[in-house]
Design a binder for this molecule. Structure first.
Ligand code: UDP
Length: 341
């Protein structure tokens, strides 16, 4: 197939691209490299089956040319992560809403199947765990910037369902805290990337608040497999799926695991939210997906244990200069050791 991946140079996008290339597809990527990186896709640049366009999804001319050429679209390009959105809400809202509107409008014009990447942030601060796809969303006031990300993704989903109602084949996936190789080694946007980087540099691990807030960390291979199943299982059309692990881990536990696997002797430092986010901030205390629909319709279950996924992510991080510029890590029989620890 000819497949367009928007945001294909990003963390999830580029891992998805690897799979699509390995499966023999013609792959088109559009990415403006704002957070995506050319190094994530450069190993495909020589292939005749790979086409990269460095542009924004807001450029409708580029998008029309691309969507015309392909059989289906994985729409992953977005301003992702609470921190980015809190820092620049206008950009987050514009890219996430207008970009998705453009993709769906053109997919409708040329009648192309679309998978829309959404987020577990959709559920907001709902405490009704495990969170089912049809559950209520619980959000705070519009004066709390964080929720604009949730709302922008919700509008994306509404757009998808609206086109779905007109017969367009669409499917939505909600990712739960995906992690793995190609996370930003500087630690932006993911607590796992931050903790690994901090441990490798021998810095304190910054646990926000009491650290008892929980997440279900999902290894990238599982995220990609769930995405491909959602896009290809015919019964999935018109539906939304949680794509995540059901193992709940507190941030404090995660910090301890990171210390164990890196061998770092960094301290765990608790930091109040007010110190991190200058503006008003609200937190999701527990985030656990209901995985039944994904299992029943897609036959999907996350399989990679957190310890194993963390180790693989660490192995990748160690090779990245940005993650550990000065650590001079040593590999020992027991694992990695920071020289300075
Ligand atoms: N977190 C933390 N220390 C950090 C970064 C994040 O304790 O340096 C916490 C954050 O408060 C949240 C969890 O880790 O409870 C997951 O944060 P992340 O940004 O990875 O994703 P989120 O689930 O908030 O979208």
């Amino acid at each position: 197939m000819r497949i367009l991946v928007t945001g294909g140079a990003g963390y999830i996008g580029s891992n998805l691209v690897d799979r699509l290339m390995a499966d023999g597809h013609q792959v088109y990527v559009v990415d403006n490299l704002s957070t995506g990186k050319i190094t994530n896709i450069q190993h495909h640049l020589g292939s005749e089956r790979f086409h990269f366009v460095n542009d924004s999804i807001l450029n409708t001319t580029t998008m029309e040319r691309l969507i015309q050429q392909v059989d289906m679209v994985y729409h992953l390009a977005a301003v992702v992560g609470v921190k980015y959105v809190v820092e620049d809400p206008l950009r987050g809202i514009t890219v996430n809403v207008r970009g998705t509107e453009t993709v769906l409008e053109l997919a409708f014009k040329y009648w192309r199947k679309v998978l829309i990447a959404s987020s577990s942030e959709i559920y907001g601060k709902s405490t009704n765990v495990p969170l089912s796809e049809d559950d209520d969303r619980v959000l705070g006031s519009t004066s709390v910037g964080r929720w604009s990300y949730s709302d922008s993704k919700a509008i994306d989903e509404y757009f998808a369902f609206a086109y779905g109602k007109k017969g367009l084949p669409v499917v939505v996936v909600r990712y739960f805290n995906s992690y793995g190789p190609r996370l930003d080694p500087k630690g932006y946007g993911s607590v796992i990337a931050r903790f690994l980087g901090q441990a490798l540099r021998g810095e304190p691990l910054t646990v926000y608040d009491d650290g008892l807030q929980t997440r279900c960390f999902t290894y990238i291979d599982d995220t990609v497999r769930g995405t491909l199943l959602a896009a290809t299982v015919p019964e999935a059309e018109g539906l939304v799926f949680n794509i995540g692990s059901s193992r709940e881990t507190s941030i404090l536990e995660l910090a301890q695991m990171v210390l164990r696997i890196t061998g770092a002797r960094s301290e765990i430092r608790h930091i109040p939210y007010t110190e991190v986010y200058k503006a008003e901030f609200e937190e999701t205390r527990r985030r656990v997906p209901d995985v039944r629909r994904a299992k029943e319709v897609l036959g999907f279950e996350a399989q990679t244990p957190l310890e194993e996924g963390l180790q693989r992510t660490l192995d990748w991080f160690v090779g990245q200069d940005e993650a550990s510029p000065t650590s001079g890590l040593q590999r020992t029989k027991e694992g990695y050791r920071c020289k300075q620890s």
